[in-house]
Write a protein that binds this ligand. Structure first.
Ligand code: NAP
Length: 287
């Protein structure tokens, strides 16, 4: 069974090791990579995610600061803070933890972040550049899915890939990245008829719906690869993915676990993007 599991622990540890070495090299050149995280309100899940991001930065020598704002903050105050960070040369990455309170326009806030510091890859500029295959910050979770496939030696060229879910942060971008690797991509969503018929023909299934155990073994062709993006709690309160691991494991050739899978890759790619931004600064300094 173990040889079927693509471990996010192993892949993310490799990325972190590489990031640590890059930080040392940047420090020697007088650049101190820094990530600023804005968190609005006290959503428990958001607080946990943000804590994890700071811990990762600390482990890799990246400076991180936490800007906590109350959920009563006005959009103007939030935009002013982003403007300040955009102008601060010591800051390489800016991240606004989502979701934001309802009175704040998420699109306006995200797109106020300078695309050069948008390490989440959520601004329209970065999304656009990703779609046309230009250099950009690729969003962390979709990139993490591809990193795991790379680690497992799964070449997507000519493969049939089914993505379940079409959100802006996972489904759509991961489909674009798979297409750029010359896969034939089918995107399924809540209105798709007979999803199992599509997944049974897929070499790779990437599932991001947010429903525990949605993808079952009988929906897969033998030897398929499953990338499970979902993070859910089952009835017993246990963390689980969108794939029903127990029924999938006998059918698949490879599968990512939850926990210990894509979630760790999301975190690792945030570090990678922050370093990329710091390295871009170094390049600009040289020019
Ligand atoms: P989302 O914005 O809620 O999107 C869910 C997608 O699934 C939608 O496109 C929806 O279709 C589709 N869907 C829902 N029910 C369906 C059904 N019965 N049949 C087919 N499609 C269905 O969620 P998200 O932000 O993409 O996140 C998806 C999951 O990934 C969640 O569990 C989330 O916690 C997890 N996640 C994990 C990471 C990580 O780092 N591992 C990062 C982000 C998200 P419609 O568009 O038609 O409504």
């Amino acid at each position: 069974m173990d040889n079927k599991i693509i471990s996010g622990k192993i892949v993310s540890a490799q990325i972190k090791e590489q990031v640590r070495a890059q930080v040392v090299s940047l420090n020697e050149k007088g650049i101190y990579p820094k990530l600023s995280v804005i968190i609005v309100g006290e959503n428990p899940a958001s607080l946990t995610y943000v804590k994890g991001k700071h811990k990762d930065c600390a482990e890799c020598g990246i400076i991180s600061d936490n800007i906590a704002m109350p959920d009563t903050v006005s959009q103007a105050e939030l935009l002013a803070e982003i403007d300040r960070l955009n102008k601060d040369d010591s800051v390489h990455g800016i991240l606004v933890q989502l979701p934001l309170p309802k009175h704040i326009n998420e699109y306006a806030v995200i797109n106020a972040i300078s695309p050069e510091k948008d390490v989440d890859g959520f601004t329209a500029i970065n999304v656009g550049n990703m779609n046309i295959g230009k250099d950009c910050f690729t969003p962390c979770t979709p990139q993490g899915c591809l990193d795991m496939l790379d680690y497992a030696g799964v070449d997507l060229e000519g493969k049939d890939v089914v993505v379940i879910g079409r959100s802006n942060i996972v489904g759509k971008p991961v489909a674009v990245l798979a297409l750029q690797r010359s896969a034939t991509v089918t995107i399924c969503h809540s209105r798709t008829k007979n999803i199992a018929e599509k997944t049974r023909n897929a070499d790779v299934v990437i599932v991001a719906v947010g429903r525990a155990g949605f993808l079952t073994g009988d929906m897969l062709k033998p030897g398929a690869v499953v990338i499970d993006v979902g993070i859910n709690r089952n009835e017993a309160g246990k963390l689980c993915g969108d794939a029903d691991f127990d029924s999938c494991i006998d059918v698949v050739s490879k599968i990512t676990p939850v926990p210990g899978g894509v979630g760790l890759m999301t975190r690792a790619n945030l570090l990678k993007n922050t370093i990329k931004s710091a390295e871009n600064c170094l390049k600009q300094r040289k020019n």
